[in-house]
Design a protein around this ligand. Sequence first.
Ligand SMILES: *[C@@H]1O[C@H](CO)[C@@H](O)[C@H](O)[C@H]1NC(C)=O
Ligand SMILES: *[C@@H]1O[C@H](CO)[C@@H](O)[C@H](O)[C@H]1NC(C)=O
Ligand SMILES: *[C@@H]1O[C@H](CO)[C@@H](O)[C@H](O)[C@H]1NC(C)=O
Ligand SMILES: *[C@@H]1O[C@H](CO)[C@@H](O)[C@H](O)[C@H]1NC(C)=O
Ligand SMILES: *[C@@H]1O[C@H](CO)[C@@H](O)[C@H](O)[C@H]1NC(C)=O
Ligand SMILES: *[C@@H]1O[C@H](CO)[C@@H](O)[C@H](O)[C@H]1NC(C)=O
Ligand SMILES: *[C@@H]1O[C@H](CO)[C@@H](O)[C@H](O)[C@H]1NC(C)=O
Ligand SMILES: *[C@@H]1O[C@H](CO)[C@@H](O)[C@H](O)[C@H]1NC(C)=O
Ligand SMILES: *[C@@H]1O[C@H](CO)[C@@H](O)[C@H](O)[C@H]1NC(C)=O
Ligand SMILES: *[C@@H]1O[C@H](CO)[C@@H](O)[C@H](O)[C@H]1NC(C)=O
Ligand SMILES: *[C@@H]1O[C@H](CO)[C@@H](O)[C@H](O)[C@H]1NC(C)=O
Ligand SMILES: CC(=O)N[C@H]1CO[C@H](CO)[C@@H](O)[C@@H]1O
Length: 649
Amino acid sequence: MKSQSSGYSVLLLLFAFTSLFTLSSTSPQGSYHVHPAHVRQETPVSTTQYPTPAQAQVSLNPVSPCLNGDCATDTPLPDTLPCYAANGTTFDEQSGSTNYTLICDIDFPDQNIYPFVLAGSFDDCLAQCEKYNAENNSASRCAGFVFAPERVNDSDDCYLKSSLNDPLPATIHLIGATVATPISTCTSEKPKSRPSRRSEQASTSSTLVVQEFRVLGSSTNKPTTQYVSHVPATPEKLASSVLVPGINTDLITEYSIAGDTGVWYGNELLSSPSLADMKVVPHMSRDGGKGGTINGTHIFVFCDTASYQINTTSNTSLMVGFVSSSVAADDGMKALYGQPLDLVDHLGEWQDDVGRMRGFAPMTAGEESFNIALSGNGYRYAVWPESSLIPLNGSHALLYPSLVYDVVDMDTQAAVFHDLGNSILLVSVDPTYGPVATRVVKQLYQQNQTTFGTLGGVRSWGSTGTGGNDGSVYLFGQTDHGVLVARTTPDDFADLSTYTYWNGSSWSSPMTSPSSNATMIDFAVEDLDVMYVPALRSFVMIYLNTLADNTFYYRYLPLDLNVNQTGNYVENIVTSQWSEEHILAKVPAPVEGYIYAGGMHAGYFGDDDITNGGWKMLITWTEHTGENAASPDSGYAHKSAYIEFGTGG
Ligand SMILES: *[C@@H]1O[C@H](CO)[C@@H](O)[C@H](O)[C@H]1NC(C)=O
Ligand SMILES: *[C@@H]1O[C@H](CO)[C@@H](O)[C@H](O)[C@H]1NC(C)=O
Ligand SMILES: *[C@@H]1O[C@H](CO)[C@@H](O)[C@H](O)[C@H]1NC(C)=O
Ligand SMILES: *[C@@H]1O[C@H](CO)[C@@H](O)[C@H](O)[C@H]1NC(C)=O
Ligand SMILES: *[C@@H]1O[C@H](CO)[C@@H](O)[C@H](O)[C@H]1NC(C)=O
Ligand SMILES: *[C@@H]1O[C@H](CO)[C@@H](O)[C@H](O)[C@H]1NC(C)=O
Ligand SMILES: *[C@@H]1O[C@H](CO)[C@@H](O)[C@H](O)[C@H]1NC(C)=O
Ligand SMILES: *[C@@H]1O[C@H](CO)[C@@H](O)[C@H](O)[C@H]1NC(C)=O
Ligand SMILES: *[C@@H]1O[C@H](CO)[C@@H](O)[C@H](O)[C@H]1NC(C)=O
Ligand SMILES: *[C@@H]1O[C@H](CO)[C@@H](O)[C@H](O)[C@H]1NC(C)=O
Ligand SMILES: *[C@@H]1O[C@H](CO)[C@@H](O)[C@H](O)[C@H]1NC(C)=O
Ligand SMILES: CC(=O)N[C@H]1CO[C@H](CO)[C@@H](O)[C@@H]1O
């Protein structure tokens, strides 16, 4: 099982730059003067070692397969291109090994690998970045670079960047390029472009402000010490003719759900299950971790999850299980006391007493059989829940996990993810066995379609009020230039023909094209939550942009919107004007990479929660620890923070 490694391979587009201030004030043209601030970074800033094969695949991966038909065509190299033409485009570097995204006139201060590099051209600067990575691929990475064409052949015209935090506008002309970097299996849709800086004024004098932001720390995993003693269903073995590499969507749509996948919550095979002790308490390493609240249970849903058996006598670890999704629930409400979350894996998650998991999202027999036969060779189907829970009613919520065909090059560990649309999970909580998902639709949207729902959605409660079964369900569709919105009803969400799409003026049946400009917001986001905030009588969105800048942002609709809770109040998200962008929280930069899978955990603070009339909000995200997945710190850290809002004048 190759697993945790491919867990490392989604790329993100990053950016590169140098502070203009530093550039212009400390590196006058023709001078070899070196500012102390630069000297500080003379040696590569990060010397993190990648201890496992899984993590060693931090190599430049090819940019994602062309999704949704929005592939950039190869662009001429930008030395001669005007910046506005190059801004944000992706190009295939001549070597054919790496795709870059160009960003003009933006800098990332204080993250230079060297004080500066002399380069004869943009191409040369790019080549130095590649050379650095070729030679130093187990130590720090060149995440991108900026080139100052006006200083060409001066000493300080090329700056290699070890990371891409805090992008700032530059005050001299810079052409930067950012390389694709592996990040998370949880992110099958890659960031593709920078957000527009269009600023929209709220049409109100009141503003929403952040009064407090406190990082709580890394969540701990507490697996149960018991499991449901049952004989697992024997996996179906398909004919060898279908167990061959290559996309075959019949494996998704034409087979029933495999009996040994999905959380065990009781079935006809075992009328009186008995609980038995686990022989070992497995160690977990897992990606993602957004969630939400169902009738008082706070659940967290993860993507690729490995479980390990740690032998403390021999000091060895053995991966015993690997599933493309798993689930845990809050234990003890620690965030109420300002502490990191404790998460517990429930009884129904275990296949056996040594810690093999059944997975959260049920797999079809086609997907399962294929993975058993071919995942060792680098081919597998994955079902990745990536959004926060979309409330459905008082007992259920929805998730629209993406369906992905993952191909890993077993030599380089480079992974390519083929987006195969999405699926629908109906999620509830079994009092004994824990959170459980039913895969009510095997494949909803298909390859090359906008996967409405995978980015999340928002519930519009009807006349029976919060938790009822009327009203509408709004679903977000991620594109490289913004977010489209679809709508369906709580009765008909499993029937794609009931979905209508916002086309800029009304809800109409034909699916909006991925290039449609009828967006709720006209910039790309990596993660998004939109919620109604009763205390404001308005809506708030929180999101991570595609700049990998370790920052949560928020926007809101005019406060005291004339929303009528019993009307179609959520429609305001496409008809009203969102405010300009505000910073919700700047998260300390992780040891490695940057934060992702950032979301709001709706309802954590009960009546004080922002979604229930209060001002408090729990946010969570995931980052890489730089550690071995089997180590006590695991490969991923799921973190949380407490936010308190207020209003300003
Ligand atoms: C670069 O991106 C383009 C368009 O997305 C794609 O066709 C090409 O194969 C990519 N090149 C590499 C080396 O990944
Ligand atoms: C490039 O894009 C950034 C961000 O949108 C913008 O600030 C900058 O002015 C653009 N540069 C050019 C030359 O168009
Ligand atoms: C910069 O230097 C390179 C090699 O030294 C040379 O080929 C190139 O013509 C120079 N460029 C300019 C603009 O002087
Ligand atoms: C742990 O390792 C020791 C020493 O190699 C071995 O004797 C023991 O059987 C192992 N325990 C398990 C549970 O595998
Ligand atoms: C176990 O292995 C780790 C890493 O190889 C080492 O740092 C640690 O000291 C070892 N512990 C024991 C008890 O041997
Ligand atoms: C919510 O949970 C309680 C038990 O804690 C249960 O009595 C109630 O029926 C549940 N509500 C719904 C809508 O399922
Ligand atoms: C919520 O919706 C699900 C799916 O339609 C349904 O099975 C369940 O009974 C509903 N729960 C309530 C409390 O109405
Ligand atoms: C999606 O697009 C790719 C590339 O254009 C194409 O090869 C494939 O057949 C398309 N798939 C579907 C289901 O339309
Ligand atoms: C949106 O849909 C409505 C109703 O189907 C139609 O009349 C209108 O022309 C559409 N607008 C656009 C911009 O497509
Ligand atoms: C969206 O807007 C862009 C820029 O104005 C334009 O090039 C594009 O054609 C528009 N897309 C559609 C589907 O109208
Ligand atoms: C909201 O709408 C309902 C139904 O249209 C109406 O009966 C009610 O008076 C409205 N409430 C407010 C506060 O406008
Ligand atoms: C090409 C390049 O920049 N290589 C560097 C790799 O790292 C060592 C030190 O760790 C530098 O000395 C090399 O110059």
